[in-house]
Design a protein around this ligand. Structure first.
Ligand code: ATR
Length: 277
């Protein structure tokens, strides 16, 4: 049976094995998918052993996405732009590195949430790896404006400048949180790590345009603190990152197996499990 795994450290609580088992059942694909704990100092060795044992591909999560990028002999354009790899496919001619995070976000927004991005005004909070990982697919969706706001403004400015060649008709820029005061956005995405420490990005009030969606890449039971604050500040609707998690997995599955699973029922069931605790 073809073997796949998600590799990270820690990895015990990963939902990827559950998601890929559901995809495999649904599409009738015979495969095994496990969670693989790699020592912090031996990611490359862990990948090599898994491959030698007949592994066909890996999802890569914290903290190894940069090492996976370096390890991949070939990389997709979206992995190059992200500077990180979350999907490895083992082929006859080596390791192909892809990054499905941004495509997963865009599919969740466009299909699951019915939020079209073309011509819209997007505020993206944070300028770390999570932001960089989704910028190219967001720009490919041709929003009118993409503003990256970050606690450390120069990181947002540099990111915006780096992606300017991919911007097409989108006006892209970077700034600090205070600079966005007075502007309104159709979509505000939290890609900061603030929630991990129970904090909120210090945003000025009045950011949400009529009908605006607030999206948190984090997920959990109930609304995250960012989503609660967004509702209080006038966001018409909110969504967390569980859909992005399922959609990035579906993209990886499609890359490995050449079959696209139907993600909607898998997301519905996973949502039920998360809310049940
Ligand atoms: P990741 O790969 O998850 O994006 P990262 O590269 O460490 O992680 O980036 C974390 C992001 O969250 C950064 O944009 C960081 O802001 P700084 O660049 O100023 O460090 C942001 N962040 C972390 N804690 C935050 C907080 N309490 N408030 C606002 N932004 C925060």
């Amino acid at each position: 049976m073809d073997r796949y795994a998600v590799v990270g450290n820690p990895i015990a609580h990963s939902k990827s094995p559950w998601i890929h088992a559901a995809f495999a059942r649904q599409t009738g694909q015979a495969l095994a998918y496990e969670a693989l704990l790699a020592p912090l100092d031996d990611f490359a060795g862990t990948v090599a052993r898994f491959r030698a044992e007949g592994g066909r591909g890996l999802n890569v999560t914290v903290p190894f996405k940069l090492e996976a990028f370096a390890l991949a002999g070939q990389r997709t354009p979206r992995a190059e732009a992200a500077g990180a790899v979350n999907t490895l496919a083992f082929g006859a001619d080596g390791l192909l590195g892809d990054n499905t995070d941004g495509a997963g976000l865009v599919r969740d927004l466009a299909i699951n949430l019915g939020c079209s991005l073309a011509g819209r005004r997007i505020l993206l909070l944070g300028a770390g790896g999570a932001t960089r990982g989704v910028l190219l697919p967001l720009l490919d969706s041709a929003p009118a404006r993409l503003c990256i706001a970050n606690r450390t403004p120069h990181k947002a400015v540099e990111l915006a400048q780096g992606f300017a060649p991919h911007a097409g008709t989108t006006r892209i820029d970077g700034c600090g949180f205070d600079v966005v005061a007075g502007e309104r956005f159709d979509l505000v995405i939290n890609a900061t790590a603030a929630s991990l420490s129970g904090e909120l990005p210090p945003l000025p009030p009045g950011l949400y345009a009529d009908g605006a969606l607030a999206y948190d890449m984090m997920y959990g039971r109930g609304h995250t603190p960012f989503l609660r604050a967004a509702l209080a500040d006038g966001a018409a609707r909110v969504a967390d990152g569980l859909g992005m998690l399922v959609e990035q997995a579906a993209e990886s599955f499609a890359l490995w197996r050449g079959v696209r699973p139907d993600s909607a029922p898998v997301l519905t069931e996973l949502r039920r499990l998360v809310e049940a605790g």
